[in-house]
Design a protein around this ligand. Structure first.
Ligand code: NI
Length: 135
């Protein structure tokens, strides 16, 4: 492990209050430990996004299936991404909302194009991806 270096950070007071609540909730020993964790986590995400190799993950999508033509658009996008979609779980959450968990494996750029396409559809209220490293 390399030497620790100190640096100053300027931050809005109300943002710091929220951050302090977060680190208490997550039981971090101190702000430094929490900041290091967030930096590592963001850099790992960036590595995944910029990876040229094969990556894997799970896309979680929530949408209102009553929105006109939304189901068709979501299905079209998924059929265009058959090369990276491994499996798809559909859950009817309530009268209006459906959740899909889409397992993906393939090129990161290709997967991110799919996520961006899904997220951008009107009627999609949640679209996130859990990234899994394969190294
Ligand atoms: Ni449904």
């Amino acid at each position: 492990m390399s030497d620790l270096v100190r640096f100053g950070v300027s931050i809005e007071e109300d943002l710091l209050e929220v951050f302090d609540d977060y680190l208490e909730e997550k039981a971090f020993a101190n702000r430094s430990e929490a900041i290091r964790d967030l930096i590592r986590s963001r850099l790992a995400e960036r590595d995944w996004e910029e990876s040229t190799g094969v990556v894997a993950g799970g896309i979680v999508l929530v949408y209102d299936h009553h929105k006109r033509e939304l189901m068709d658009r979501l299905l079209d996008l998924q059929h265009d991404a058959m090369d990276v979609i491994v499996s798809n779980l559909h859950v009817h959450l309530d009268h209006h909302h459906c959740m899909e968990v889409i397992a993906v494996r393939g090129g990161a750029t290709r997967i991110h194009r799919l996520v961006d396409g899904l997220r951008g559809q009107k009627g999609v209220s949640h679209c996130s991806i859990a990234r899994v490293g394969l190294d």
